[in-house]
Write a protein that binds this ligand. Structure first.
Ligand code: GLC
Length: 722
């Protein structure tokens, strides 16, 4: 449809019909005809009118339902404007791949794109028009349950991986029924909630906002994301959905975003709870004036926008602009001509969980696992005869993580299935040992677990945090393994030291006590549909672990916030970190550094960082400098290594971090092979925001290092002359 025809359609609409386009309802309630709307005085208004004119729905099940939704709506809508169908497809639709935090540990943008492409195909077949993905909230506090949903504590990974996901999901032409539009979220700084509590208030400096929290949203919009979702939290005192500075000034004016802004679930109505609005009518005004186009589920706009326009409080031009953005998106998706878009029941049957998709999911699970410790235990020998598989996750099917689609556990390859597929001859005995629920004190199963361990050649301890204990609304104040898992581990390891621990969790846990006794620790996160196959192949060496932590693991929850790119302070703690130095920036009872730092991860082989050279000793404005790092595989088997490039600006008009990740490349090396990894470092990457909130670059020494956070192995310097 041409712009003129869209404009003509808009001009033909009543105020109620315009308000309807700006409301998103629950698909399930619409299908079941239980959609109710609550009026200004709490009365329930008939939803029939809203069903006629609503603009979009969220959370539907499959292609059949997608078509039914569209048919029902179009039959009733006098303007015949197709619905937008939206769904949270965060890490796979039917074939679930690892949680985003795990994908960050892969340090592989290409793998993110490959998984996103798989999810796109399954989503399109399901009838999805818009996915509420990627979530790129930089998160640095593992108490926050939604840290699982982002790639990293580092904005660079969130930016590159978020943009890769957008490109792979949207393709080049959204009218192609195989492509799906992206809604980047949650704008902004949702991961900085006070005390790690979900939905909590956020107060950050302009510089912190600009350098740490905004870059990833901007990268996704630059990659073409068509929608953005303001976050639930208040940002510096104003809830995001009503935050004109964030939305009108930065998003629309500074960044030039012309796409659709959709609120989070009920967020417009929650302006009242925030204390930002007196009532739903006031909330509608505030959100509309801040540029929020669609009101998700609250129906506030439907109830109040017509009245606000008629009384002259909100201009009809403002409403028209919002409706036009929604109509343009529908038009770009080709919905006026093809309201079903990609919905296709036959395609669903053909591609859901197909071998190709399972292979991608399995490979992603293998590439994102992080080997934290290995005292020669792993990989196990293939000729093992008696295996004990112990722990609350030994036979768990819920290994997919929050936001996996309902029923994902039905398709998960469990640990026993994966081990038996790899080693059909071996005897496998499983014991739960104890529970994993928060507060579970039952350790009556430990004795049987110890017996099973003592009689086995190798022991696998499958521990972690229940799938439902991370994700939205799942913050924790303690981060140790729930229940009596640590006690179980100690008893089992004492009975048989030939024990490897597998961890299944959605957030970085505090593993300090476990790490002291476990001979081998393999972090699996929530690996998804192919969990059991990936774990078995990693344990027995058919796959070589290569993940690197995308967020550091604290020794104690008391260390948070604990960003890897920390400042020096005026009294930096001297080495060694394992003892206090009073009157320096340290703890009396604990080292400063994490238990395992950002960028850390082991392999079954070893790597040597032999040389770092610079192509030049000075760098001017707009110039590029090449950094070459020679890395050698010094072990006896092939392995992948993520070579990480860090810089430090030791002197600045504002103090700068002791280390900042600037680039990364993942390489495969055969035994004994060396490679020169070349990075192109641009002057723009060294810019930062000064005291006045201006982006600047300052002359002086810049140090360049390779290694991982807190363990920079090779360092050279050059001079920035700008
Ligand atoms: C939720 C989440 C958001 C999600 C939306 C729709 O509350 O905050 O990430 O996309 O509602 O399900």
């Amino acid at each position: 449809m041409t712009e003129e025809k869209l404009k003509a359609l808009l001009d033909s609409m009543t105020l109620e019909e315009k308000a309807g386009q700006l409301v998103q309802c629950n698909a399930g309630q619409f299908i079941a005809n239980t959609l109710e709307i609550t009026g200004p005085d709490g009365e329930t208004l008939p939803a029939e009118d809203l069903c006629r004119v609503m603009g979009s729905v969220l959370t539907f099940e499959d292609a059949k339902q997608a078509k039914a939704l569209q048919d029902m709506h179009l039959a009733a809508d006098p303007n015949k404007i197709p619905l937008l169908l939206m769904l949270d497809v965060i890490h796979g639709l039917r074939t679930t791949y690892p949680i985003p935090l795990a994908m960050g540990c892969g340090f592989d943008d290409g793998l993110v794109a490959e998984c996103a492409d798989m999810a796109r195909k399954e989503s399109a077949a399901c009838g999805v028009h818009v996915t509420f993905n990627p979530m790129v909230d930089t998160a640095r506090d593992a108490r926050w349950g939604r840290i699982l949903e982002t790639n990293s504590e580092e904005p660079l990974l969130n930016s590159r991986m978020g943009a890769a996901l957008v490109r792979a999901t949207q393709g080049n032409d959204l009218s192609d029924p195989g492509n799906v539009a992206c809604c980047v979220k949650h704008y902004a700084a949702y991961g900085a909630g006070e005390a790690g509590r979900d939905y909590n208030t956020v107060d950050v400096s302009e510089r912190m906002l600009r350098e740490t929290y905004l870059p990833a949203y901007k990268a996704c919009l630059d990659a073409g994301a068509r929608l953005i979702m303001p976050a639930f939290n208040a940002l510096n005192g104003v809830p995001c959905v009503a935050n004109k500075r964030l939305m009108n000034d930065i998003l629309r004016k500074e960044w030039g975003f012309e796409g659709v802004v959709i609120s989070d679930y009920n967020a417009v109505g929650e302006l009242v709870s925030h204390g930002a609005a007196a009532d739903l009518k006031d909330a509608s005004r505030l959100a509309m004036e801040a540029g929020c186009d669609i009101d998700m589920v609250m129906n506030a706009y439907y109830l109040h926008l017509p009245e606000l326009v008629r009384e002259g409080t909100v201009s009809e031009e403002m409403v028209d602009a919002a409706v036009m953005r929604v109509l343009r998106l529908k038009n770009e998706l080709g919905l006026f001509e093809n309201p079903y878009h990609g919905a296709d029941e036959e395609a669903e049957k053909k591609i859901y969980l197909c071998p190709e998709h399972r292979e991608i999911a399995r490979r992603a699970a293998e590439e994102t696992a992080v080997l934290l410790k290995n005292e020669g235990i792993l990989p196990f020998r293939k000729d093992v005869k008696r295996i004990a598989l112990i722990g609350p996750f030994a036979e768990e099917t819920r290994l997919n993580g929050f936001w996996s689609r309902p029923g994902a556990e039905k398709y998960t390859v469990t640990l026993p299935e994966g081990i038996r597929a790899l080693l059909p001859e071996a005897e496998l005995r499983t014991e739960k040992g104890c529970g994993a629920e928060i507060g579970d004190t039952d350790d009556s199963g430990i004795a049987a677990a110890v017996r099973a361990a003592a009689e086995a050649e190798v022991v696998i301890l499958a521990l972690g945090e229940p799938e439902n204990d991370s994700g939205e609304g799942r913050s924790r104040a303690e981060l140790t393994l729930p229940g009596r898992q640590t006690e179980l581990a100690k008893a089992v390891i004492a009975a048989n030291p030939n024990t490897a621990v597998l961890l299944f969790n959605g957030r970085p846990l505090v593993l300090t006590e476990l790490a002291e006794t476990a001979p081998a620790l393999l972090e699996m996160w929530y690996p998804g549909t192919e969990a059991g196959n990936a774990a078995a192949r990693l344990l027995w060496g058919d796959a070589n672990p290569c993940g690197k932590l995308s967020a550091g693991l604290a020794r104690s929850v008391g260390q948070y916030p604990m960003p890897y790119n920390r400042m020096s302070t005026g009294r930096p703690k001297p080495e060694p970190d394992n003892q206090p130095f009073p009157f320096t920036s340290c703890y009396l009872d604990m080292p400063n550094l994490p238990l395992y730092s950002f960028g850390y991860g082991l392999s079954y082989t070893t790597f040597a960082y032999e040389k770092l050279t610079l192509s030049r000793k000075t760098l001017g404005r707009g110039e590029t400098l090449e950094v070459t790092v020679r890395v050698r595989n010094t072990g006896d088997r092939a392995g992948k290594e993520t070579v990480q490039l860090y810089t430090r600006d030791p002197v600045g008009s504002v103090v700068r971090p002791v280390q900042e990740l600037k680039d990364y490349q993942k390489i495969l090396l055969a035994p004994g092979e060396a490679k020169d990894v070349v990075f192109r470092l641009r002057e723009e990457q060294l810019r930062f925001y000064d005291m006045d909130g201006k982006q600047v670059c300052e002359s002086g020494e810049i140090r360049v290092s390779a290694g991982w956070a807190d363990h920079l192995l090779l360092t050279e310097s050059f001079t920035l002359q700008v």
